[in-house]
Design a protein around this ligand. Structure first.
Ligand SMILES: C[S@@+](CC[C@H](N)C(=O)[O-])C[C@H]1O[C@@H](n2cnc3c(N)ncnc32)[C@H](O)[C@@H]1O
Length: 414
């Protein structure tokens, strides 16, 4: 789910820290800050761009602001051919990952690119990196990947078992090795090719073995959630809405995904559970014809920026017609409410008259939409936006990630 850059004294421009209320909050904030200021958190995007495309209705005249995360969805939107995509992320390590993908698109052939970002490993990565990718990177990204070439060379684990969320995936792999019957069930699940078959496999071979006391306990720990990018406030939102707590919420999400949506196109869960994509089950940017289209010019619309959304907007005159804001506002609304209000003011200031925004949340009705006010008339945020709730509800049913209680599509109200 969500993360935000940990504010440091030297770059604490965008966020005004609100004193956290409890010791647990303060501790969570510190743990989160410590791991997030040093780590690549997302090695793949955990939001479904097929749903986003339908919500956004992109066209060649669109200028987008997209929070980068792992960059997969930036490349997905680029395939539609918008005028410009500003990929903005407060964590420069996330930008470094998108830079590496862009350099790969420019300088590698499809087989090399797919081995690196599809299989998560290439036995000659070090050579390819040094000779063809490194010079195309910013100084930060170069320094970052210089020290992490082994993440891709396949000698240890796939790239998708690196980064914070990758460590959780790797732990799950180790757990599966201890539970061979469950591992066989999971493998059979991903081999299913029709819904009835996958539902039967899930109900008989995965579900009865999966939800042990140990699994529920592990999922309920804040440290597990922090590694997956879920801070305490977001976890609390889930607990407040769900009788079964975090473990119950995750279980319901997984049951919906594996009992109701086709598993053979669900590359989100496949990569976390297996550590690699297949040619048939992968993000759009990893498909041969789409890679060629990106290489042929579609990727050129992407500009990367390592800064907060507010910092980016305050430094540009460009108008934005499509915003993809992910779920970062859940955490900001709890720990940095003033910074979030500032961010919304900048978002609305830079929006074209017909601008559309999408964002996700752990809550179906995030409280910040009512608590934040914008503009000189101090309108509540909810009144400054016009929501497409029916469309969002319809599309959310097909969301292959399915771990967000709220999906929001809104137009700016003038
Ligand atoms: C919003 S979260 C959620 C990720 C998303 N759910 C996914 O799986 O792809 C991820 C990214 O947002 C970035 N981020 C959080 N707050 C931000 C802000 N105010 N401005 C720019 N980037 C931000 C974090 O650094 C992180 O890389």
């Amino acid at each position: 789910m969500c993360a935000i850059r940990a504010p440091r004294a030297a770059d604490h421009k965008g966020f005004d820290l609100k004193p956290a209320q409890s010791l647990a909050d303060r501790l969570d904030q510190k743990v989160f800050a410590a791991i997030y200021s040093r780590s690549l958190v997302y090695n793949t995007c955990w939001e479904d761009p097929a749903v986003d495309r339908q919500a956004l209705q992109l066209s060649s005249s669109d200028t987008m602001l997209v929070i980068t995360s792992a960059g997969c969805n930036v490349l997905d939107y680029a395939l539609v051919g918008p005028r410009r995509i500003h990929a903005v992320d407060a964590n420069p390590r996330q930008t470094a990952l998108l830079e590496l993908k862009l350099a790969g698109i420019r300088h590698l052939d499809f087989e090399e690119f797919f081995a690196i970002f599809g299989h998560g490993r290439h036995h000659r990565f070090s050579d390819l990196y040094g000779k063809r990718l490194r010079d195309d990177l910013s100084p930060f990204a170069r320094d970052y990947w210089d020290r992490r070439v082994n993440w891709f060379d396949g000698r240890r684990a796939s790239f998708y078992f690196h980064g914070l969320s990758g460590i959780v995936a790797r732990l799950f792999q180790s757990y599966l090795r201890l539970r061979p019957q469950l591992a066989a069930g999971v493998s059979a699940l991903f081999d299913s090719r029709c819904i009835d078959e996958q539902r039967h496999v899930y109900d008989t071979r995965v579900q009865p073995l999966m939800w042990s006391t140990g699994m529920n306990w592990t999922l309920s720990r804040q440290i597990t959630m922090s590694m997956l990018g879920v801070p305490m406030p977001q976890r609390r939102e889930v607990i407040a809405q769900h009788a079964g707590g975090i473990a119950g919420f995750v279980r319901d999400s997984i049951e919906y995904v594996f009992r109701c949506l086709p598993v053979w196109t669900n590359y989100f869960w496949a990569v976390y559970l297996r550590g690699y994509y297949s040619a048939a089950c992968c993000p759009e940017y990893l498909k041969r014809e789409n890679f060629a289209a990106l290489k042929g010019g579609l990727a050129d619309c992407v500009r990367t920026h390592s800064c907060t959304v507010t910092e980016f907007l305050n430094g540009t005159d460009e108008r934005i017609s499509k915003y993809v804001l992910l779920d970062h506002m859940d955490w900001m609304s709890c720990y940095y409410p003033e910074a979030l209000a500032e961010e919304w003011a900048a978002i609305l200031d830079h929006a074209t008259p017909d601008a559309r925004l999408i964002f996700r949340s752990a809550h179906a009705r995030p409280a910040y939409l009512d608590s934040i006010t914008v503009g000189t008339a101090r309108r509540r945020l909810r009144e400054a936006l016009s929501f497409h709730d029916d469309l969002a509800r319809d599309l959310a049913r097909f969301d292959r990630v399915h771990t967000y209680a709220g999906f929001h599509i809104a137009d700016v109200r003038r």
